[in-house]
Design a protein around this ligand. Structure first.
Ligand SMILES: Nc1nc2c(c(=O)[nH]1)N[C@H]1C(S)=C(S)[C@@H](COP(=O)(O)OP(=O)(O)OC[C@H]3O[C@@H](n4cnc5c(N)ncnc54)[C@H](O)[C@@H]3O)O[C@H]1N2
Ligand code: MOO
Length: 465
């Protein structure tokens, strides 16, 4: 380890402690050491690769990930049923296949009337979904339900609460009269066309309802169905495969004997799905270089996400395996804390690999820095509108790298959360967003860019993807 590396790691540790001060229960172990494992302590000296040197500035790394997705041939749009379209992006404009409404319809329950009242009421009423009713002539009315076809000749719909029938079966309007009404004292006025929804009021067949590039939300599904669609044309979900590296990982039970639970296997697939991907497989590779090579060589995913093994320790196989595959490293380390050893490689004609560092919050940082822009662009999604809020409390910064820290959003302020060390998930699990802290730190009241967590706005149950 060079002196510079040692200084960098000291800064990292200090930042985690500074932000946990006051948030740690008395007597609790030092948070970053509490979760360190023998394996991370065994790491060999870091080479220039994957460390700060030559690392890409954080905004540039995000732009490079977006550009990497744009540089490859995009998959052909597909036609999917409405049931399968939620969270996908329209690859063709949504054009009305019909007029909406497709017939003149009643907006209220009441009577369809023709001409001025009183009206003679017909025997049989009209319900929604019924065939075209008989035409009305002036002085006639017919009971009508909301959504039913208005008979030809009807001039208005009188709401049921605005009419009464007399003993001879004639209908009279009982509309409340405006004080300045010219008809005060006379027949209450029923506006021509009142409470009739004319055919084509919302759109005409062929009108563009939504442009291509629109995210299919529940409301879009409703509109597409109303406009006559059974299927829509969308960009297919990019296929992502997750390779979890590390011999120290348990998939069940409590941590024991220097082994720890795999936190990334359960966390990454739903997160990747929320970012627009279809997760085709989660494979546990251990610390086996040949198994990693074979898995990479055989993968047909659009994006391979590896976890761990990005540094230069004795069993950190990601860099050597990428070299063995002849992959092109597009990003090799990013000036961001945590997560600086993250990487992005071009591994096949239309395939990329994002190497996430093993420390769990560092993996989240890599996910949002590299995988999010790449997947967003592959899925045809638009970049989110930049979003910033003032900081509630001061945040320590790294001297020359960007920091991403979990924050809770309270009354239009971003409240930095404790337990934000690279190996910790306690902060992010309670967070609404990640704040982007510029080198040098943030002071109270300073506006910081926020990275959205895909479930924060909507709640996980209604997350679109
Ligand atoms: N000499 C140096 N050592 C390290 C450096 C450095 O610059 N020089 N960087 C440190 C930083 S920062 C990080 S982050 C890690 C990145 O290491 P790797 O990507 O190679 O990850 P591993 O060594 O495999 O694991 C690191 C840490 O995370 C734990 N881990 C791994 N996978 C999981 C998982 N699925 N769930 C939960 N925890 C996981 C693993 O046990 C280690 O404790 O390197 C530092 N070292
Ligand atoms: O500390 Mo390391 O920055 O990636 O977690």
């Amino acid at each position: 380890m060079t002196r510079r590396d040692a200084e960098e790691l000291d800064v990292e540790e200090a930042l985690a402690v500074a932000n946990d001060r006051g948030g740690r229960p008395p007597g609790a172990p030092h948070p970053s050491r509490a979760s360190s494992t023998p394996r991370s302590a065994e790491k060999g000296p870091a080479s220039a690769k994957g460390t700060h040197h030559g690392a890409t500035p954080w905004p540039e790394a995000r732009a490079l990930a977006d550009r990497a997705a744009r540089s490859i041939r995009r998959p052909t749009p597909v036609s999917v049923t409405l049931d399968d379209a939620l969270g996908l992006v329209l690859a063709a404009p949504l054009t009305a296949l019909t007029d909406l409404p497709s017939f003149d319809s009643s907006a209220m329950d009441g009577w369809a009337v023709a001409g001025p009242g009183p009206w003679q009421v017909r025997r049989n009423g009209v319900l929604a979904g019924h065939a075209q009713p008989e035409p009305l002539t002036d002085g006639e009315a017919v009971r009508i339900a909301t959504g039913a076809r208005v008979p030809p000749g009807a001039t208005a719909v009188l709401r049921s609460e605005h009419g009464r029938t007399d003993e001879k079966g004639r209908l009279h309007a009982t509309l409340p009269q405006a004080p300045d009404s010219a008809h005060a004292g006379g027949t209450p006025m029923l506006g021509h066309g009142q409470d009739i929804r004319p055919r084509g009021q919302e759109c005409r067949s062929g009108d563009q309802l939504l442009p291509l590039g629109t995210l299919v939300t529940p409301a879009v599904l409703g509109l597409a169905a109303a406009a006559g669609y059974d299927t829509v044309t969308v960009h297919p979900r990019p296929r992502a495969e997750v390779l979890v590296l590390g011999d120290e990982l348990l998939t069940e039970g409590r941590p024991r004997d220097g082994l720890i639970r795999d936190a990334l296997g359960p966390m990454l697939p739903p997160w990747l799905r929320a970012l627009g991907a279809e997760v085709t497989a989660v494979r546990r590779i251990g610390d086996d270089a040949d198994a990693l090579y074979t898995a990479l060589k055989n993968s047909s995913a659009d994006l391979i996400v590896t976890t761990g093994g990005t540094a230069a320790g004795p069993v950190d196989h990601v860099h050597p395996t990428l070299r063995r595959l002849g992959a092109e490293l597009l990003v090799d380390g990013v000036q961001v804390r945590p997560g600086h050893p993250m990487l992005l490689a071009h591994t096949g004609e239309t395939q990329h690999l994002v190497g996430l560092p093993g420390n769990p919050l560092a993996a989240v940082s890599g996910l949002l820095t590299l995988a999010e822009p790449l997947l967003r662009t592959l899925a045809g999604r638009a970049a989110p509108e930049p979003f910033a809020l003032p900081l509630q409390d001061a945040v320590h910064g790294h001297p020359h790298d960007t920091r991403l820290i979990p924050v809770a959003l309270r009354a239009d302020r971003a409240v930095p959360l404790h337990y934000n060390g690279p190996a910790m998930l306690r902060g992010i699990a309670a967070a609404d967003a990640l704040a982007v802290v510029p080198p040098g730190g943030g002071r109270p009241g300073q506006e910081l860019e926020l990275l959205d967590l895909p479930w924060a706005a909507a709640g996980i149950q209604v997350c679109f993807t």
